[in-house]
Design a protein around this ligand. Structure first.
Ligand code: C2O
Ligand code: CU
Ligand code: CU
Length: 559
């Protein structure tokens, strides 16, 4: 009795860890809107979220399925939703070019080819990424596949398989988020919960950890320094679990770990902590300042991330670590067909005295920085001789880190699996190899950038297109002949193409005044377009031809 009173008193400072809702299947409805969140006592915070919450639902998808996303933007701002880590056509990617205006539905779809791992979705509107991510717009995507399903791993979501998105926020006196002149928050949030605690069963538990920060990195471990096991990097399972006591996680990186709670007493507790004290300058969050743009109350110190209470074991508990996981075939230097080098520099000479960008060229919407030929196996070397560390991320592919500072021996075992974000410390270089297959598109680029929100917003970003080789594109733009029926239409609008071999690349529906209301990349036209949600009126349908990229517009009336 005394024990439980004491424990209650101790626990009073904690809040129950929020476990994000789940969505599964092949058709997902995601509505982005502003929302109020009671993050702290006192005023609610004006946040944003997908399906109504600061940090939206976890989306479960299966490798091999074709998934359809219905992304409705009900913010007062334009935004985008990017599927971080997914291999998909550039037009479906949700980068800065796939803008979703307010009140607009965006419907990308793709066949899932990624392997089982933990991915995420988040806004990516140029110069607005920090603000939209700060609001809490984003969520996990968990890919399942047969190889992962065959392993004895914890996978009861929220029970022994726990998603954890780590971030921090700075609040003003009215509990509102501060996003200007602020790289780091002062208050830690896990799944949007401040001072979280969770009760986990006395057995092996899997944690899927995402660094969802604007800039801070984490050096994670448990309060008793216990060994835990890394089972997956960003884009897939490792060949075998790796025993560690610490894991470093930069913005955008994910790691899946197994931790054994089977030897802990029921009612005892441990903490997952950030061991960020003593980190050198250049490690994001290692700065000594406690205030100002690069200061924070959490900088350069150890702090609690999650308080874990040990509860009773579940039935079917996992009680051991598998000896091996999957067998990966990684690219090696012998496979490389093209090499490419990028330097992290300042923006000079150029406007604005930008502190960080690639090759002295700040991001420009209309500049394609690199053209990659389809099926190239490329070795990219990123060199950083400029003041601070960064988290390099590339869209479209998962890569294998092959060298640090020119040597394979410098690559950590903890980062030996498939990756899409890599830490590039100051005065170091990193080389990785990736294959650029499946999706050639000379019109729509993919991004590479630093994943620190304020760096990418400032222009530390570039873009590449994947070229279809000599296949070329027909640059003669001719109108596509088609009819819309019925017209007026009530619920479904059908498109009759005069030439049945025409492939439709993109359909945009706008109001008569030019406001975009629907965007349909590579639409499946067999069952028509569902326009039942459009208010009555006159609309323009713009059809982009896949071969020629010619855009043809026709009018229709919604009854
Ligand atoms: Cu997490 Cu360019 O994105
Ligand atoms: Cu990405
Ligand atoms: Cu950066």
């Amino acid at each position: 009795m005394a024990f439980s009173l004491v424990q209650h008193a101790v626990n009073a400072q904690y809040n129950n860890l929020w476990i994000p809702d789940t969505l599964s299947g092949t058709n997902f409805n995601l509505t982005i809107r502003d929302t109020f969140s009671q993050l702290q006592t006192g005023n609610q915070t004006i946040a944003g979220g997908v399906n109504g919450k600061f940090w939206g639902p976890t989306i479960f998808i299966n490798k091999g399925d074709t998934v359809h996303m219905n992304v409705q933007n009900n913010l007062n701002d334009s935004t985008t939703i990017h599927w971080h880590g997914m291999h998909l056509p550039a037009v479906m990617d949700g980068g800065p070019h796939q803008i979703i205006p307010p009140g607009t539905l965006w419907q990308p779809y793709w066949k899932v080819t990624n392997s089982a791992a933990t991915y995420w979705y988040h806004p990516h509107l140029h110069e607005m990424t920090t603000e939209h991510i700060t609001k809490g717009i984003g969520g996990f995507m968990i890919v399942r596949d047969a190889a992962e399903a065959a392993l004895a791993l914890p996978r009861k979501y929220g029970v022994d398989d726990i998603p954890l998105v780590l971030t921090s926020r700075r609040f003003d006196a009215n509990n509102q988020f501060i996003t200007t002149n602020s790289a780091y928050g002062d208050i830690e949030l896990v799944n949007g919960t401040i001072n979280p605690e969770v009760t986990l069963p006395k057995q092996y538990v899997r944690m899927r950890i995402l660094n969802g920060e604007i800039e801070r990195a984490y050096n994670l471990g448990f309060s008793d320094n216990r060994t835990f096991y890394i089972i997956a990097n960003d884009g897939g399972l490792l060949d075998a679990p790796l025993a560690v006591t610490r894991i470093r996680l930069l913005v955008g990186e994910r790691v899946e770990i197994l931790v054994n709670l089977g030897n802990d007493g029921i009612g005892s507790s441990i903490d997952l902590k950030a061991y960020n004290a003593g980190q050198p300058f250049g490690f994001p969050g290692g700065e000594p300042n406690t205030t100002g743009t690069f200061g924070s109350l959490l900088n350069n110190k150890d702090f609690n991330v999650l308080h874990i209470n040990i509860g009773t074991a579940t039935s079917g508990a996992i009680t051991s670590v598998p000896a091996s996981l999957v067998s990966n075939t990684y690219w090696t230097n012998a496979d490389v067909t093209t090499t490419r080098s990028l330097a992290i520099t300042d923006g000079n000479p150029g406007p604005g005295n930008l502190p960080f960008c690639f090759d002295h060229k700040p991001f420009e919407f209309n500049t394609i920085n690199h053209t990659v030929n389809i099926n190239n196996i490329e070795k990219w070397t990123i060199t950083n001789n400029n003041v601070f560390g960064h988290a390099f991320h590339i869209h479209d592919v998962e890569f294998k880190i092959i060298e640090r500072n020119g040597s394979a021996a410098n690559v950590g075992a903890f980062e030996s699996g498939w990756k899409d974000v890599v830490y590039v410390p100051v005065n170091e270089s990193v080389s990785f190899i990736a294959k650029f297959d499946d999706y050639a598109d000379l019109t729509h680029p993919f991004m590479y950038h630093c994943h620190f929100g304020i760096h990418e917003d400032d222009g530390m970003m570039g873009q590449f297109v994947v070229s279809p080789f000599a296949a070329g594109v027909n640059t003669i733009k001719t109108d596509v002949a088609f009819t819309l029926y019925p017209n007026p239409a009530n619920s479904r609008l059908y498109i009759q193409l005069a030439d049945a071999t025409t492939e439709v690349y993109y359909i945009t529906i706008t109001t008569i005044t030019g406001r975009t209301v629907m965007m349909l990349p590579q639409p499946d036209l067999h069952s028509g377009i569902d326009i039942s949600m459009l208010p009555s009126g006159t609309y323009m349908l713009q059809l982009t031809d896949k071969q020629t990229k010619a855009v043809t517009t026709q009018k229709f009336i919604k009854e």
